[in-house]
Design a protein. Structure first.
Length: 215
């Protein structure tokens, strides 16, 4: 599978084992209002369950530099997806392994097109719906036309599309936006914070089937 797929908001080993090769397991960290929240002490044993050919991502909101340090140095995550401002006092390699989440307005909205940080600082960029109370898992879709414009305007950049994705619309998202990767959370759940293993498998099938007809 060529498309990067991130399953986000994971909380148990069974769901983590469904992460496809080349993809990522996402853990929401220290966001108490999220039904997918984990405290930092809970993540380390879960990272041990991540398939060796996949990455472990922490997902944080308005993090402190201390939290970033701990997640990289103590917990050992591969990347940290950041909602809100990136803290100062970070080392170059830490910054290089952050994935800023850029807010894109809803379809038909009037939110200005966001500014994309430079590639030399952030090799990967996350695109998600704007104005949501929680990071990820809202089920709200950003304007795919705006997302496609961003992707087209920055050739070679690794954009990960999130927001309202499901097994049913994954192929349409790939065809419309042409992102490097997809990030799904609520679209593979049976209840908020509860992953549905069959939906996870269906999402991967949708991506691989799309790729097989668009080689």
């Amino acid at each position: 599978m060529h498309t990067f797929v991130k399953f986000c908001g994971l909380k148990d080993a069974a769901a983590i084992h469904e992460v496809p090769a080349g993809g990522a397991a996402g853990f929401v960290v220290e966001v108490p209002t999220s039904p997918r929240n984990l405290d930092i002490a809970s993540i380390a044993p879960l990272i041990e369950e991540v398939p060796p050919e996949a990455e472990a991502w922490a997902v944080v909101v308005n993090p402190s530099a201390e939290l970033i340090h701990r997640l990289f140095d103590e917990v050992g995550v591969d990347r940290i997806q950041v909602y809100g401002p990136v803290p100062k006092d970070l080392e170059f390699l830490e910054v290089h392994h952050l994935v800023p989440s850029i807010a894109v307005g809803p379809p038909g909205g009037s939110v200005p097109e966001p500014t994309v940080p430079p590639a030399e600082d952030y090799p990967r960029i996350h695109l998600d719906a704007a104005g949501q109370p929680l990071p990820g898992g809202s089920g709200v879709r950003p304007d795919w036309e705006v997302c496609a414009k961003i992707v087209d305007s920055h050739p070679g950049r690794k954009f990960v599309l999130a927001g309202g994705l499901t097994p049913d619309n994954a192929a349409d998202a790939l065809a419309t936006v042409r992102p490097w990767g997809l990030d799904v959370s609520s679209g593979i759940e049976s209840a908020p914070g509860v992953k549905d293993l069959e939906k996870m498998r269906a999402f991967v099938r949708a991506v691989t089937e799309y790729e097989s007809t668009h080689a």
